[in-house]
Design a protein around this ligand. Structure first.
Ligand SMILES: *[C@@H]1O[C@H](CO)[C@@H](O)[C@H](O)[C@H]1NC(C)=O
Ligand SMILES: *[C@@H]1O[C@H](CO)[C@@H](O)[C@H](O)[C@H]1NC(C)=O
Ligand SMILES: *[C@@H]1O[C@H](CO)[C@@H](O)[C@H](O)[C@H]1NC(C)=O
Ligand SMILES: *[C@@H]1O[C@H](CO)[C@@H](O)[C@H](O)[C@H]1NC(C)=O
Ligand SMILES: *[C@@H]1O[C@H](CO)[C@@H](O)[C@H](O)[C@H]1NC(C)=O
Ligand SMILES: *[C@@H]1O[C@H](CO)[C@@H](O)[C@H](O)[C@H]1NC(C)=O
Length: 420
């Protein structure tokens, strides 16, 4: 049930996404803005045709420095061109690609005629906050996606248009998020702030609390020491990897029932309250490379669990799975436990609790200093039907000869998409 909901909502997300991409072309009504072209066949955009594409029914204006492909007449490609300034943007452009240049400033002038732009990629440039003209983005009232990752922003680039849905700001130097900067952005679904300089004080004002459509929030590689307060209940994907978070407050996730994937690897967690992850839709939980000494309750929906690189001396399966319910079985298929301090294989009770388990990646354990021990076969694989429960008990060391890390989990990336 929970699993189905998770998959369903993911599929809906994919569908919405596909619809959005298609709509970019459909809702462009050129009759309103241009004279009826004298052309026999109407122009239809079809991204799948390999065959000859009909010419756009009017001469497409294009900046001298850029490329406007006849097949994608609403896009202007100015990427990878060593540009230092933004060229003048023709009014019809909907997709603007300016990534991988040496642009430092975003002045208002080149955007004077722009009305329809929906997507701007300005990633991998040298843009600084004080070089962005006040309000230049805010007036782009059709802008849905803005990519500014890998720049030199020291501050959140507000104001932004309220139409915005995806905002990527990873790999900048943002250390401040003015409380009202995010307030007028109700439609944001994806916000990436990975690899910035955010600390707890910045998040005290709960800057994300009014983003009622926020589904994915990335705060990885920052300087957080506590869990961010006031996250909106719409959230499905949360990444807090590589901060310095040392505890999760009791009931922290009560207000976040829609979480599907939670990534908190490379933090300082020592102990998590036993029922912290009582999240009915959780599919992926990554707590690798913390300082955990004990396992915790995991929800029945969970499929992939990463707890490698902690200080676990044993894995008490009873804590992870306090009750058996044959009508509502645990969905767990993959556990990664290498680089802990385990001295014996995981109890065969695990195969009762987790009948769908396929791989327990046991790997190397850090038992004696300078001399890690390694089990002869570090990967346990199971392909069990409920009828095989009994067999599992008698034969819990059914090993595969495969010593390579299982890559199943990597194929199932619940963070969709993942940003670099
Ligand atoms: C805006 O459009 C006008 C009229 O077509 C044109 O003269 C002007 O150069 C354009 N400005 C920019 C910045 O593209
Ligand atoms: C934006 O540019 C970056 C850098 O080249 C690229 O990785 C990314 O795919 C682009 N995004 C879109 C949606 O075009
Ligand atoms: C926000 O999204 C809704 C639903 O897609 C849409 O109707 C509304 O116009 C959007 N708001 C803005 C300011 O674009
Ligand atoms: C963790 O984040 C820091 C910056 O805060 C970065 O330099 C480092 O490479 C990151 N480490 C990992 C494992 O991602
Ligand atoms: C595992 O945890 C349960 C519940 O807290 C406890 O009763 C039991 O003694 C533990 N087992 C071991 C082997 O530590
Ligand atoms: C292994 O354990 C030792 C002692 O607890 C610790 O100093 C070391 O960092 C650990 N190594 C790894 C790879 O976790």
């Amino acid at each position: 049930m929970n699993l189905n909901m998770g998959i369903l909502s993911q599929s809906i997300f994919h569908l919405l996404w596909a619809a959005l991409v298609v709509c970019q072309y459909e809702d462009y009504d050129f009759e309103d803005d241009y004279e009826e072209p004298d052309q026999q066949t109407p122009y239809y955009f079809n991204p799948n045709t390999q065959a000859e594409v009909p010419r756009f029914p009017f001469p497409v204006e294009c900046a001298r420095e850029c490329f406007c492909p006849p097949a994608f007449p609403l896009s202007m490609y100015c990427d990878h061109r060593k540009l230092k300034t933004i060229p003048n943007i023709p009014s019809h452009v909907q997709q603007l690609y300016l990534q991988n240049n040496a642009i430092e400033a975003v002045p208002a002038a080149p955007f004077t005629n722009v009305t329809f732009v929906r997507e701007i990629n300005l990633s991998y440039n040298k843009i600084k906050f004080h070089m962005i003209d006040q309000g230049v983005f805010a007036k782009l009232s059709s802008l849905v996606q803005l990519y500014l990752q890998h720049n030199e922003l020291e501050e959140f680039p507000f104001p932004l248009p309220s139409s915005l849905e995806r905002l990527l700001l990873g790999f900048n130097k943002i250390s401040r998020l003015p409380g009202d900067a995010l307030e007028g952005l109700p439609n944001i679904t994806t916000l990436d702030l990975c690899s910035n300089l955010l600390d707890d004080s910045v998040l005290q004002d709960r800057p994300f609390s009014n983003m009622k459509n926020l589904m994915q929030l990335n705060l990885c590689n920052n300087k957080l020491q506590t869990m961010p307060p006031g996250l909106p209940p719409s959230l499905m994907h949360l990444s807090l990897e590589n901060n310095s978070i040392s505890y999760i407050p009791e009931n922290y996730f009560h207000r976040l029932p829609n979480i599907i994937a939670l990534r908190m690897s490379h933090n300082n967690l020592q102990d998590v309250p036993r029922n912290t992850f009582n999240l009915p839709n959780l599919l992926e939980l990554n707590l690798g490379h913390n300082k955990l000494k004990q396992v915790f309750y995991i929800p029945r929906s969970l499929q992939h669990l990463y707890i490698e690189g902690n200080e676990l001396e044993n894995i008490n399966v009873t804590l992870m799975c306090p009750t058996l319910d044959p009508l509502n079985i645990h969905q767990l298929t993959y556990i990664r436990v290498d680089q802990n301090k385990l001295t014996s294989p995981i109890s065969s009770y695990a195969f009762f609790c987790f009948p769908l388990i396929r791989t327990i990646y046991y790997g190397e354990q850090n038992v004696t200093l300078n001399k890690p021990t390694r089990l002869r076969t570090p990967v346990f694989r199971r392909f069990l039907t409920p009828e095989e429960y009994q067999e599992a008990e008698d034969n819990h060391e059914t090993h595969s000869q495969d010593t390579e890390e299982d890559h199943e989990a990597q194929d199932n990336n619940y963070f969709y998409p993942y940003f670099h």
